[in-house]
Design a protein around this ligand. Structure first.
Ligand code: PLP
Ligand code: MN
Length: 374
């Protein structure tokens, strides 16, 4: 059941029904411009991760600024993007199950698609699926560059898997997936740089060993919002997969630069708009956005530009906002912007983005891949 659109273009932000997912379009566009500049200055391609925005509309905004395509984690996300006209999609993840592989192959009729593997059994299954579909599929080898999640070990095990792909009649060896997730949120810049230097060394060694057996590596992909400058400077990575940069969140805002100040490359562009729905309890304003309205895996949201207000607790549909006696107490019906602590799971709770520019609703975009976790 799709949510009723919470606003109409032309309305004021005050008139948006809540809880609603609001994008500040000036900040959003500034973030896209900034990342496009990094990409063109470094000569490293940008393939933003759509796990964050789940929207072909936003994919098109990114591609209009030079992004070469999109990454997704799930076949369902790939479908939503391809159906929305995105021409080049990398599933930066392993896909297990014949039904899912058949769906991916079906998509390759309308978009260029690629998928990752970290096991010989996945290569065999991909070959069977491509053969059955009568198509060729591009397959990347995911290597574990130190994060300890998915990925075969760099070096000989990765080369062996690449050779199996290259030797499969319906598969094309697409390159290496070399993303380091844990590095993104290491707070100190020196730490992020050190961990990505190690990741790049693993990738570089593997690319060289592939070359020695005659295999070219068209894509070496990785990098996120926390580390992309280091992958861009490595000379090894060919594509950056940052996702959160277009919106940001309060957890990413805790990353520090070399001087110990908060990294300020990107602006906060994503908000959950909420309404004060009760002032019955003393010293407390209750808002209509609880933890069904935002991800809480990285903590509770902050109240935007109101350091005097603090979200101290959340239940399913209620947020508790505490305030001090000195402050102007939030009024019943007052609207407040909340800054999500983690953008990705927050977006997945909404059917609509409400695009706002300087206080006016400009557009509504569907979160087309919402809930597409399969
Ligand atoms: N690439 C891969 C494979 C990921 O799993 C993720 C996020 O988890 C990203 C890129 C994007 O990371 P971020 O949203 O932190 O920029
Ligand atoms: Mn995330």
């Amino acid at each position: 059941m799709i949510q009723v659109p919470p606003a109409r273009p032309g309305q004021s932000e005050e008139e948006i029904d809540t809880p609603a997912l609001v994008v500040d379009l000036d900040a959003f566009e500034a973030n896209l411009d900034r990342m496009a500049e990094f990409s063109s200055a470094s000569g490293v391609a940008l393939r933003p991760h759509a796990k964050t925005h789940k929207s072909p509309v936003i994919a098109h905004w990114q591609m209009r600024r030079g992004a070469v395509g999109q990454c997704v984690q799930k076949v369902g996300e790939a479908e939503a993007l391809a159906w929305g006209g995105v021409p080049d999609i990398l599933v930066s993840n392993e896909v297990v199950g014949d039904a899912k592989l058949a769906r991916l192959l079906a998509l390759s009729g309308i978009a260029k698609v690629a998928v990752c593997v970290d096991d010989g059994a996945q290569v065999e299954a991909a070959e069977r699926a491509a053969d059955a579909a009568g198509r060729r599929l591009s397959v990347l080898v995911e290597i574990d560059v130190g994060a300890g999640r998915c990925g075969v070990q760099p070096g000989p095990p990765a080369v062996e898997l690449a050779q199996r792909i290259a030797g499969s009649p319906h598969l094309i060896f697409g390159g290496l997936q070399a993303y380091h997730g844990r590095a993104q949120h290491l707070r100190r810049e020196e730490e992020r740089e050190r961990v990505i230097a190690e990741a790049a060394a693993h990738a570089r060694r593997t690319v060289e060993q592939l070359r020695q057996v005659g295999l070219d590596c068209p894509i070496v992909g990785g990098g996120g919002t926390g580390t992309f400058p280091f992958e861009m400077a490595s000379g090894v990575y060919t594509e950056i997969q940052a996702g959160s940069y277009c919106f940001m969140d309060s957890d990413y805002a805790l990353n520090l630069d070399r001087s110990g100040a908060a990294v300020s490359t990107f602006r906060q562009a994503l908000f959950v708009l909420t309404t004060v729905m009760s002032r019955a309890a003393p010293g407390l304003a209750i808002c209509d956005a609880g933890h069904k309205a935002y991800g809480v895996d990285s903590g509770l949201p902050q109240v935007w530009r109101r350091p005097d207000l603090r979200l101290t607790g959340a239940s399913d549909e209620h947020g508790n906002i505490a305030f001090t006696p000195e402050t102007t107490a939030p009024k019943l019906g007052e609207k407040l912007r909340l800054v999500p602590s983690h953008c990705d799971p927050t977006v997945d709770r909404y059917d609509w983005y409400v695009g706002v520019r300087r206080g006016r609703v400009e557009c509504l975009w569907p979160v087309a891949a919402r809930g597409r976790m399969a």
